[in-house]
Design a protein around this ligand. Structure first.
Ligand code: THU
Length: 133
């Protein structure tokens, strides 16, 4: 599967976003080395702070079904933005902790523009928990 196909899976997932407050649909898709794909979309609450982004729904949902860090070989995020979507800081932190460093992160928009990053470019010097006792 190429990056465009993975982005298309994320676009399909964005249709399931529950966004009555922002109407801002975000989709995420994860490719596993066995070819499986897990997706996620943003879910909003009337108590705004309870909203969960598409990226974290995708990652947590996959882990909750037994996916392990080493299984993940690509990750895509998409929204209807003028330039490829920029993930929030919280999601960058979670991507850094739950995906291997070399996994390509594809950021895209509905127009088909795709840029590729590694997570350490998106969140350098992130908190990695290694000091936790
Ligand atoms: N959102 C995401 O799903 N991912 C991000 O990285 C940034 C923001 C969602 C949260 C909320 O539902 C909407 O976009 C507007 O902030």
């Amino acid at each position: 599967m190429d990056k465009k196909e993975l982005v298309n899976e994320a676009i399909k997932a964005s249709e399931f976003a529950h966004v009555p407050y922002s109407n801002f649909h975000v989709g995420a898709a994860m490719l596993l080395k066995d070819g499986r794909i897990f997706t996620g979309a943003n879910m909003e609450s009337s108590s705004y702070g309870l909203t969960i982004c598409a990226e974290r729904n995708c990652i947590f949902g996959a882990y909750a079904r037994g996916v392990k860090k080493g299984d993940i070989i690509a990750f895509a995020v998409v929204a209807d933005t003028s330039t490829p979507v920029s993930p929030c800081g919280a999601c960058r932190q979670i991507i850094a902790e739950y995906l291997n460093k070399d996994v390509p992160i594809y950021l895209a928009n509905f127009k088909g523009e795709i840029v590729e990053y590694k997570i350490e470019e998106l969140i350098p010097y992130y908190f990695d928990g290694s000091e936790l006792k």
